[in-house]
Design a protein around this ligand. Structure first.
Ligand code: CU
Length: 238
């Protein structure tokens, strides 16, 4: 098993430049256009410094474009964060399949989703995938045509939120700062929430440390069926 991990790792190196972008959102059955209500970057590169303010909603060195749009989302329904290699890519070009790692989604309640930078406290995790039955969550998204399925909790308050979708590639994570973190923020307005829950919130930056066992890890040197520790705060559930 070790040997097959190693071979797959080497095979991925040649296309290591194939990064990814959360490019568009499907909500309430509608797939919105690329960059609609999402602060998409013109370059698909990762963030690698977990202490950077740009870990919240991306930013330099990847130039992001603001959006004056907001997408309405019904609480309790599934949305899809749609990932693409570039803003022009189709469903068969999501990300280099050798970019193995976890997938996560976070929400932050804000007063104005169009202008809030997302930096600081207020975030809670609503979806996560790690390494299950020999498959990384990034490959689940790739095999699902780039769709990261996220359930919007039914019990949260209505109002404007930032929806931060994230994929982390661990092929270089054997050294500190080698994990590649990809994230964008969508501007949404949640309706139909019961408002009965008050999630415990966390700061971005702050949710990750560079030496977290899920971020500083030699993924090619693990035993079959090893337990991967997804980074970040615990998952919020209603
Ligand atoms: Cu990459």
């Amino acid at each position: 098993m070790k040997a097959s991990f190693l071979l797959a790792g080497i095979a991925s190196v040649s296309v290591a430049s194939a990064h990814t972008i959360f490019a568009q959102l499907t909500a309430d059955g509608k797939t919105w256009p690329v960059s609609h209500a999402i602060r998409t970057p013109s370059y698909d590169g990762p963030q690698t410094d977990v202490r950077s303010n740009n870990l919240a909603c991306n930013g330099p060195p990847n130039p992001t474009t603001p959006s004056d749009k907001i997408i309405t989302v019904t609480a309790g329904t599934n949305v899809s964060a749609v990932w693409r290699h570039t803003l022009q890519s189709g469903p068969n070009d999501v990300m280099d399949p050798g970019h193995w790692g976890p997938v996560m989604a976070y929400l932050k309640k804000v007063t104005d989703a169009k202008t809030d930078k997302g930096v600081g406290d207020g975030w809670f995790k609503i979806q996560e995938g790690g390494y299950t039955n020999g498959k990384w969550a990034t490959n689940v998204v790739i095999d699902n045509k780039g769709n990261q399925v996220i359930t919007i909790p039914s019990c949260i308050a209505n109002g404007q939120y930032l929806l931060r979708a994230e994929m982390i590639a661990l092929h270089g994570a054997r050294s500190s700062g080698g994990a590649q973190l990809y994230m964008e923020c969508a501007q949404i307005e949640i309706k139909g929430g019961s408002g009965t829950a008050l999630p415990k919130t966390y700061s971005i930056p702050g949710i990750y440390k560079s030496n977290d066992p899920g971020l500083l890890i030699d993924i090619y040197n693990q035993k079959a069926g090893f337990k991967y520790m997804i980074p970040g705060p615990p998952l919020f559930n209603c």
